[in-house]
Design a protein. Structure first.
Length: 499
């Protein structure tokens, strides 16, 4: 075979192979076309969603091993119920609070100093600061807004103003006798209120042992924060012991243990919440409420209404516009509608009150963020009561360690926890709200002075910015030998100095 014939044969072979490839391609195209030419989406697998993420929350627990030894700040992680930090602070802490951001904490100490610290999992002893106060200072409670610090000071009957971090003394505003707290928005160009019992009783015995025998009314002084001057003096009920302001700052509610009432202050008008009745947009008459009764003695009627209430603590639930009140002397929780209309006036249902029976001597109460339930610290019988805020009925009672004084709650979605602190126990009791069981207890160093949570839920900061020092109408746990009024009267400082 010649060379030219070989090349011709190879060329023909290539043509045949090319034809075969082309035929195969056509066949494949035909096959694909036969399956349809419509859009065929790519399938992306969807992974199952897990439970809601837990809020990044720290629980601050201040405890006191002894009146003279350094106190301890313990940070407990919400997600794991584990201690993530434990640092010594000032000696014999008497009261504790966090600011509204949940970041900075303050304690009043038995040596007259003020402790400043940041609540975190990485806090070190070198980061704990101390503020030296005047030797005559006698701070009862702290008010800690997002900026600055206020204190009710029995020495000289003043409201102390502090600034910066660590807080330094700035000035003192003279107020009426026996100031027990300061409350308000705390911002510049706003006004805060000093709550005073207005009685000559620096020991606080009268409002603790026989609050209904006190004859004089308390007083709220409106302090303008731009000039630090008093713009109004508003009368309160007998033995005011605590106050809470609505988040929109329009109303202030003062708890009067001595006459079983809550004084309502219109903070916008800087007056008692009283006005000429008018007709709202629905044609219903609306009456403003300068005072809300909590007992039959004060004029409240209805099922489970106690003869004597003795309100000592309250929380405002923003979801439901309800005030939830712990009635220490009446063994009830009062749930009060304090909603406003679109114009900022009291709604047609404002003041509607339900009384729910709980355990013996509820010293504090916490409402879950969604407004579904509340939990009380029943001091005398060592229990926590759960109540339904929708049906206004008791749900469950759980035994806890010691004689509880403080309860705080954290809630994210349907899952939440309630933290219970007793002044005669070193154990922090933790309740799971989805199961309503005592989940665990955390041991700290020394008996617990107070507890705070850095956030209420995943987005809301600390809602309790006022400390609560035992005494001056606030419940305190004393040894059995000091429980009677006679024993307390013989030792006047007992209720205000012992946790």
């Amino acid at each position: 075979m010649s060379f030219s014939s070989l090349r011709t044969g190879q060329a023909r072979l290539r043509l045949v192979e090319a034809g075969a490839v082309l035929a195969g391609a056509v066949a494949v195209a035909g096959f694909v076309a036969g399956c349809g030419a419509g859009y065929r989406p790519v399938v992306t697998p969807i992974n199952p969603s897990g439970p809601a993420s837990q809020p990044s929350t720290l629980i601050g627990v201040v405890s006191s091993p002894s009146p003279t030894a350094p106190g301890i700040i313990t940070a407990v992680d919400y997600a794991g119920d584990t201690i993530v930090d434990q640092i010594p602070i000032g000696p014999g802490p008497l009261s504790f609070t966090l600011d509204e951001t949940g970041s900075n904490g303050y304690t009043v100490n038995s040596d007259g100093t003020l402790t400043n610290f940041a609540l975190s999992a990485t806090l070190q002893a070198k980061d704990v600061h101390f503020t030296t106060l005047p030797t005559t200072a006698n701070l009862v409670n702290l008010f800690s807004p997002s900026a600055g610090l206020w204190a009710a000071d029995l020495s000289g009957n003043v409201a102390d103003v502090l600034s910066g971090f660590p807080a330094t003394f700035k000035l003192a505003v003279p107020v009426a006798a026996t100031p027990i707290m300061v409350i308000g928005p705390g911002l510049v160009s706003e006004r805060n209120y000093s709550i005073t019992q207005n009685i000559a009783d620096p020991t606080g015995v009268a409002c603790n042992t026989a609050p209904r025998t006190v004859t004089g009314p308390g007083e709220a002084e409106a302090i303008e924060t731009t000039s630090f001057t008093i713009s109004a003096r508003i009368p309160l009920g007998k033995c005011p012991v605590y106050a809470v302001q609505s988040p929109d700052t329009r109303r202030l509610f003062v708890l009067n243990r001595g006459d079983d009432t809550i004084t309502v202050i219109n903070a916008q008008n800087n007056t008692l919440d009283a006005c000429t009745p008018f007709v709202n947009q629905s044609g219903q008459p609306v009456t403003c409420h300068p005072s809300l009764p909590l007992s039959t003695a004060a004029g409240l009627t209805g099922a489970s209404t106690p003869a004597i209430a003795g309100p000592v603590y309250a929380e405002y639930n923003a979801i439901t516009s309800q005030l939830v009140v712990a009635d220490y002397d009446g063994n009830t929780v009062s749930v009060i509608d304090v909603s406003l209309d679109i114009y900022g006036n009291d709604s047609a249902t404002f003041g509607t009150t339900f009384s729910i029976p709980v355990g013996t001597n509820p010293a504090s109460v916490t409402a879950l963020y969604d407004g579904s339930r509340a939990y009380t610290a029943n001091q005398s019988d060592g229990t926590v009561s759960e109540v339904n805020l929708v049906s206004h009925t008791p749900v469950k009672t759980l035994p806890v360690n010691g004689h509880p004084r403080t309860v705080v709650s954290v809630q994210n979605s349907l899952f939440g926890k309630v933290y219970v602190a007793s002044p005669d126990s070193p154990y922090l009791t933790i309740i799971r709200t989805d199961l309503d069981i005592v989940d665990t207890t955390v041991l700290v160093q020394g008996n617990i002075v107070d507890v705070r949570a850095s956030t209420q839920n995943a987005t809301q900061g600390n809602a309790i910015v006022v400390s609560r020092k035992p005494g001056f109408g606030q419940p305190c746990y004393l040894p059995p030998t000091l429980l009677s009024p006679t024993a307390i009267a013989a030792t006047p400082a007992a209720c205000s100095t012992l946790p």
